[in-house]
Each structure stands twice: as C-alpha cells, then as structure tokens.
Design a protein around this ligand. Sequence first.
Ligand SMILES: Nc1nc2c(ncn2[C@@H]2O[C@H](COP(=O)(O)OP(=O)(O)OP(=O)(O)O)[C@@H](O)[C@H]2O)c(=O)[nH]1
Ligand SMILES: [Mg+2]
Length: 456
Amino acid sequence: MEIDRKQGVASETAVVVGVHLPEHPTLAEEPLDELAGLVESAGAEVVGRLYQRRETPDMTTYIGKGKLGELKQLVEASEADIVVFDNDLSPAQIRNLEEGVGVKVLDRTELILDIFSTRAQTHEARLAVELAQLEYSLPRLKRMWTHLSRLKMGVGMRGPGEKQLETDRRLVEKRISDLKRELDKVLHRKEREVAARSDRMTVSLVGYTNAGKSTLLNRLTASDVYAKDQLFATLDTRTRRWQLPDWGPVLISDTVGFIRDLPHRLIASFKATLEEARQADLLLHVADASSTAAIDQIRAVYDVLAEIGIEQKDTLLILNKADTADDAQLTVLERRYPGSVRVSARTGAGLDRLCLAVSDALSAGFIEADVETSIGNGRLLAYLAKHGEILSRTFTEDRVVVHCRAPQKYLGRIAPEEAEVRPRVRDHGHHPAPAPSPAPLSEGPIDRDPSLEDVA
Ligand SMILES: Nc1nc2c(ncn2[C@@H]2O[C@H](COP(=O)(O)OP(=O)(O)OP(=O)(O)O)[C@@H](O)[C@H]2O)c(=O)[nH]1
Ligand SMILES: [Mg+2]
C-alpha cells in the first residue's frame, strides 16, 4: 500500500481519534473538540470521531485491536481520506495504523506542523516551520523507503532503498544544519532590532491560540491585523504603537498563539518570533474566559512560557471574551487569578481598567535613584527627562546630582563612565536590585527601525 505523505490535509475529510490516558487530563468537556478545530483550521472536514480510554497505549497500534477494527469501519463508512490522532505516535505505530485502516494517518504534531506550513508568511516563520518539519520527519524517513528495500539484491548487498535512505538522511541533516545557522542569524538580528527600540516600554501579547490576542491588539491600537476564529491565525509578530492613556506611547506586539503539548522543536524554531515577548517589559496573557477549558489553557500557556524561559516576567492575566463567557465561570476565574482583568476585545468592555492595570504594572518597574554626572552632559540629562521623571537637581562646581524616577531598564543602560547611578533604598526596606550591566545608550528612534514598518 502506498500512501502519499507529501500532500497537505487541505480539502480532505478526516476521522479524529483520541486516547485518554490517566496521566493526560482532558482539556474540554468534549475531548476531541480542540483536535477537530485544528483539523478544520488545516482546511479539512471532520466526518467522524473515535475516543477511547486506556491505561497505556498499545505498543504497535496505540489503540487496541478491537478499536482498530472499529476505526477501519468508521473510515470506510464515512469515506474519510485521513485519520488524525490527538496523541503523538511513533513512526512504527503510524505505519501499522496505516496498514490497518488503509488511509493516511497523522498525529497531532504533524497536523500542527501542516497548519503552520500553510500559514507561515514571513521568511523567518517559513524557516522555523521548515526546520520543525524536517526534524519531525528525520526519524520517520525510513518508513518512506521501506517499500524499496524489498528490492534487496543478494547477501551483503545494500538495497537501493537503504542507499537512498542514507542519501536522503544526509540531505535532510545538511538542510537542518543550514536552517539552524540561518535562524541563528535571524535571531541575532532580531535581538539587536528589538533591543534598539527598547527606549520605549514594550508589552507583548501572549496566550492560547484563538484567545483573542490579535483582536485585542486591533482594538487597542485601531489597527487591522488578521484575526479569525481559527486556530493559529497569527504566526508572525506584529508590533504596533499603542497610545496608553495617561502614560504615553508604548509598543505592543502580537505573536503566535500557544497550544497544549506544543511540539518542543516547534517552540525552539519559533525563538526569533518570540523575541519580542522575551524582551518585553510586561506580558499580557490573554485567555479565552468563555472556553470550558480556560483553566487548562492558562496552565498550558504558563508551561510554554517556562519552556522559553520567561515565566518570571511580569504578567497581567486578561480574561477576554467576557461578553460571551458565563458569569459564574468569570467569577471562578477571577477568584482563582487575583489581579486578572476581565475584558471583551469585541465590545471594548473593560479596556479602561486594562489600561490602568497596564500603567500600574509598567510603573512597578520604576526605581528612584540619584544620578551623578558632569554638568556638561546634556545628552544624559535629556535622556533622563525623556524616560523618567526628574524630581530635583543638586549642583556642585562641575557636577550635578539628578534625583529621578525612571524605569530600571533605562537607568541600567547608563554606562558607568558616563554617570554614577545610586538607587535610593525604598521606605519599606526593599533594596532595589542593582542595575543590570550597562549597554551603550541607544537613541535609535523606532520610526527608523525597518522591522517596524507596521508601526503607524
Ligand atoms: N465573543 C468574543 N469573541 C472574541 C473576542 N475577542 C476575540 N474574539 C473572537 O475570537 C476569535 C479569535 O480571535 P483572534 O484575535 O484571531 O485570536 P488570537 O488569539 O489572535 O488567535 P491566534 O492568532 O490563532 O493564536 C475571532 O473569531 C474573534 O472575533 C471577545 O472579546 N468576545
Ligand atoms: Mg492572532
């Protein structure tokens, strides 16, 4: 049996299959809903569902023998083109399942990669997806060539299948290392770009896919980025200028949504895309409060944040879709997550409270300090005035001590040879952390940053 694995899943019909294992908490009341959403997001139609509880997966076919028969019948009756599993399958399990049901079988990771590959638009996102796809397929190459190894000629001779497999493997490995190098370059360029525009406070929207991040960005900044009832509508970062009331302009960026059990290699490849979030002063974690799986989704997002090493960042939880969420559920969520803000990106309700909460959170990054420099250092004085609040100045013969309140991150960028920064100890005995190692002052105006062509 030959199954073409190169084709995407668009315009096909699918049976979705899930196995509930004891260690895997179900996310929704309808456990296969999310997978069905993913299938639809990939452009296919769900024509059947099969769900099984098992203590452990079957080694050869993941589902048991009886269920496999049931699946085959379901596939035939519904004339499905593909079967999609909610669980991750080994290459051998996929092969056995395909033999058992007679159509192409994909697992959740492969489906997500398929969606990503059809959505990726920027150079960077395309590279990331290709890398993740190749890394996924490398251990599975063998399966594609097993049909050729039957042509084996004589004892000790290597069959063309095996030779071909090795050539393929080498080609794939080469491409993987090229892609990694290319992505590394992109990441470094991105790091510099993002750092260069950090003379503005920045906030970054993160959250489960379909939570409403892009809709919120559009609402807050009156822009028009792609937002749709579709999983993984956004794959690229968009940064916009946001006029935060009673505060001033800050930068806000939208990014790729997260999902539970996001394939690790996919997270790794999207590092450059997540750079905005990594360098942001504040994360706005947007959750869909109307989902019955809201709590699990919130937890899944925290898991991904931990995986990319930014779980320590200041985060404000936004309970979005309050317009359609159940009141009792909103109350449960608010009790569970004190400090969260309920909003509706669709109606605009609660956005004033959101703005206040963001201003407060950004202010928390401010420290009070005495900055001592030479009287002639007009550039530094202008810098302090631009980024902070000057409370007083004390002059001596050729020195000036500026008492100011400014974000830690700006004070930290003052070079020691330029000025001495002495943080003031706060009244409640809390000693502000020492300023991070200084980087040269950058006056790079964001308007000239090419990666910010979106900024109005
Ligand atoms: N009822 C309601 N729907 C909303 C709200 N905010 C967003 N939506 C809808 O939710 C769907 C997903 O919105 P997006 O803004 O694309 O979500 P996202 O988080 O950017 O999703 P990805 O980019 O796919 O990760 C769209 O159909 C929106 O119209 C809201 O406050 N209330
Ligand atoms: Mg989006």
